[in-house]
Each structure stands twice: as C-alpha cells, then as structure tokens.
Design a protein around this ligand. Structure first.
Ligand SMILES: *[C@@H]1O[C@H](CO)[C@@H](O)[C@H](O)[C@H]1NC(C)=O
Ligand SMILES: *[C@@H]1O[C@H](CO)[C@@H](O)[C@H](O)[C@H]1NC(C)=O
Ligand SMILES: *[C@@H]1O[C@H](CO)[C@@H](O)[C@H](O)[C@H]1NC(C)=O
Length: 444
C-alpha cells in the first residue's frame, strides 16, 4: 500500500513538474519601430519562450500593416505575442484615436483584443467593461491589462486570474501611480504573475528580470511562488529625489526623539497616519531629513478618472543614510483590502524584517506596514484607494478645472499657520468651557 502510494505520488509530482511552469519574455526597450520587430520576435522564439510582450508601438499610420507584420513574425517564431498599437478608427465623418492590445497565438491568429479610446470624448469606441482574457495551449489563462488598469480596477474585476500580460505607456501625474513604480506593489498584493513592459513579476516573489533588452523569466502557472520578497523599487536617477508632497500634510521627523523611539500622528481631512520610528545610534555622517506625510482626497488619473486616495508616507528629500531600528505606519482606511505597500529603497531590504498586515488587531480597515533594521529608505508608506470615479465627458479634469481651486482651499485649511490659529482658538474655548461649567455647578 505504502509502495503504491509512493509510486502514485512520484507520478503525480513528475507530471506536475513537467507542466508546472511557462517561459515569458518582455522586450524592455522604449517604443519600437515596426521594422525592428520581426528580428526581435524571432530571437525570442529561439530562446524557447511561450509568450512575449512587446513594448508599445509608435503611433503608426498603417495599423493593418502592423498587424500583418506582427502576425507573420509570431507564426514564424511559434510563440504568443502581445502588442500594443494605436489605431485611427473611422467614427461618423471623423476619426477616433484608439489604443488596442492585441494577442497573437502561435499560428499568428489574433486570439484577444482589448481596445480603449485614447481620449474621453470618443463617440464610437466603447471600452470593455469586463476583463479581457485568453486561454493558451500551455494551459494558462491570461488577463489582459493596460498600465492604468492596475490602478482603475478592483480585485473583483480580476476574477481570480493568476497570470496577466500588461502593456501601454501611461504617464500618471502622481509618480507612485506609474506602472514601473506601482507594478511591484500590485503584483505583491494581487499575488499574480505579471508579464509587463516594466518587468516580469511573480506575485509576492517579486521582480524576476534584470535590465536585459530581452528579459526572460520562468513562471509558475498557478501563481505559486518561491519565497516572498519585499515589494520595493530601486530608484533610477529619473525617479529621485522623492515625491512631490505639496498636497500632503507634512511633519518633519525629529531625529533627537527618534533615537529613543517615538510616535507621531499626522492627519489630513480626518484620515490619520500613526508613525513610529526608532533610529540607530548616531553615526558620524549627517543624518538625512525625513518627513512624515498624510494625504486624503481625490487625485486626477488617466484621461477621465479621479481616484480617491489615502496615503501615509515617510519620505526623504536627499540621499538617505539613516539607519532605522524600527519603522512602522498604521492607519484606518476607508475601504477594506485596497491598500498597497509603497517602498522605495536604494538597497534590497531583507524579507524577514518586513511586515504588511491588513485587519490588524481584528480592526478590519486597519493596515500596518513595518520594517525592522532598514537602511537607505527613500519612500516608505501605504497607498489606499477608496474610490474610482469616472468623470463625465463635460467634466474632464482640465488644467483650470474647479478642482484645483478646491485643492487650494484645502491646502489653505491645512496650512500650518491656519491650524495654529485654530489650536489657539480651541485652547481659549476650553478655558471658557471650564469656567462656564464651574459656574453652572456652583448654581446647582
Ligand atoms: C462626438 O460627438 C460630439 C457631439 O455629437 C462631437 O462634437 C464630437 O466632435 C464627436 N467626437 C468625435 C471624435 O467624433
Ligand atoms: C483606528 O481605529 C481604532 C479603533 O477604532 C483606534 O483605536 C485607533 O486609534 C485608530 N488608529 C488611527 C491611526 O486612527
Ligand atoms: C488657465 O488660467 C490661466 C490664468 O487664468 C490662463 O492664462 C490659461 O490660459 C488657462 N489655461 C487653460 C488651459 O485654460
């Protein structure tokens, strides 16, 4: 009996081993000329890839020609190819600009199409409201995403799919929201494989590719992974220095106090972030100046969306050199389970010292991010999303829209001087209340 089950087990494991993984690749170059594509696709085919994601193509006058070229290259190389193209689609008497992600199978046939109008005033192109998926001959079903979708869609929309291909070249106003920075956090929280133009991620196991022109990785089909990694982004010169915190409420980190360990609470519009820091023994180098920051409100995103965001952040403005014995952030978010860790660090951080927890102490909306013994931290925080609202066509976020004046008013209210004034009034008021209550008690 034992022998039999051992044999069965062995067979099971063997057959699983045979088909457990697939090989994905990404061409990590900026926009590609159409003529350069076939050699790159053939090259990818030679390395035995199952699926290849191309960088977004230049806006091309000849959409049909682009499809023909990619299709025949995919067929010759015998692999799945994902391409992002721009199309001028006829709309009544005019043309409409459309972004399409097309998936070609090993025979060069189009097996999935995901289209979106490029601007919000499109009349003929309706974006899919459902996740576009396709099945492959290696037994994996993929979801198709454009870069901004990571931010726009909720977990429910992803329907439990464990493998995604993603292309596009979205530039968000808030730098956290850009795919290159957000992909590690998204992939960590979703715990799904992400084959994207900003790298190949294996869920919690993180980035699997380097800076090669053709980045290749072997991924587990069911999204099971190796040991988890801290979902951090290392800064390129383009992304440093840190964040634009003008819309945040900001308090400086007190280095004197932090050598003993101290707590600080920073609030913005009734959303509060509780920070705890303990820095290491004073070094000879001058310590970097960190800030605690909190933000709660709408941020414009993509052509016609607003995203309700809640952000807690510890951020540094110059080269980081502070050693944190312990650093943690806790906050109560409005929406459950829509929070992501934001970690930017100049070095790889050890996983065993990292903690990101949702629903801590049985409080469902409470999220904690903690790191022990961390150095070279540039940004460390939690990003929460509580709403995504689509703006109507006549209400598109423009430079001079009313929202910016609203923001100015909010900024004014949360300006330190104004807050000091309110504090002053409140202290006076308290004295008055005490005096009045004593008076009333005397009367009774
Ligand atoms: C869409 O329709 C509106 C109103 O009919 C028109 O003003 C606009 O030019 C159209 N846009 C395109 C891209 O055809
Ligand atoms: C979060 O909520 C809990 C329970 O309501 C409260 O004790 C805690 O102080 C809150 N934390 C913050 C940072 O507001
Ligand atoms: C925005 O307002 C400024 C000053 O009121 C004006 O100079 C500018 O042209 C406006 N921009 C747009 C896009 O309307």
């Amino acid at each position: 009996m034992i022998f039999l089950s051992t044999v069965v087990c062995f067979l099971c494991v063997n057959s699983l081993m045979a088909s457990e993984t697939y090989k994905a690749g990404v061409l990590q170059v900026q926009h590609k000329e159409l003529s350069e594509l076939p050699p790159s696709i053939h090259n990818a085919g030679d390395t035995g890839l199952d699926i290849l994601v191309l960088p977004p193509l230049e806006s091309t006058a000849n959409y049909d020609e682009a499809i023909d070229i990619v299709s025949s290259a995919a067929a010759q190389a015998g692999l799945y190819v994902v391409a992002h193209m721009y199309e001028k689609a006829r709309c009544q008497l005019d043309y409409e600009s459309v972004r399409s992600t097309l998936v070609f199978d090993r025979k060069g046939a189009i097996t999935a199409v995901y289209r979106k109008a490029q601007n919000s005033a499109a009349n003929c192109t309706v974006s899919d409201s459902d996740l576009v998926t396709f099945a492959t001959d290696f037994g994996v079903t993929f979801g198709v995403l454009m870069e901004e979708d990571m931010m726009l869609y909720d977990e429910k929309h992803l329907k439990g799919v464990k493998n995604f291909v993603m292309t596009g070249d979205w530039q968000a106003e808030v730098s956290f929201f850009n795919a290159a920075k957000f992909a590690p956090s998204w992939s960590y929280i979703t715990n799904a494989n992400l084959v994207s133009t900003s790298g190949i991620y294996a869920g919690k196991a993180g980035l699997k590719t380097g800076a090669d022109k053709l980045a290749v990785a072997e991924l587990h089909k069911n999204g099971d992974h190796d040991a988890p990694m801290v979902p951090s982004v290392s800064p390129s010169s383009a992304t440093f220095p840190g964040e634009d915190l003008r819309q945040f409420v900001v308090r400086p980190l007190d280095l004197e106090a932090s050598s003993q360990g101290y707590k600080e609470t920073v609030c913005h519009r009734s959303f509060c972030c509780e920070f705890y820091v303990k820095t290491g023994a004073k070094e000879k180098m001058p310590e970097s100046s960190y800030s605690f920051a909190a933000f709660n409100g709408k941020r414009p995103f993509s052509v016609n969306h607003n995203i309700g965001t809640q952000i807690c952040l510890i951020s540094v403005t110059e080269k980081p050199n502070t050693f944190f014995e312990r650093v943690s952030i806790t906050a109560n978010f409005t929406k459950q389970n829509s929070q992501y860790p934001i970690i930017q660090s100049a070095t790889v951080l050890p996983t065993e010292n990292f903690k990101f927890e949702n629903g801590v102490n049985g409080i469902p909306h409470q999220v904690t991010l903690e790191m022990i013994e961390a150095q070279n931290i540039i940004n460390f925080g939690i990003f929460g999303k509580y709403a995504t609202s689509k703006l109507e066509n006549n209400n598109v976020f423009e430079e001079n829209s009313t929202d910016s004046t609203q923001n100015e008013i909010y900024d004014y209210i949360f300006n330190e001087d104004v807050q000091e004034f309110f504090d002053y009034v409140w202290i006076r008021l308290r004295i008055l209340i005490v005096v009045v209550s004593i008076y009333i008690l005397e009367m009774m």
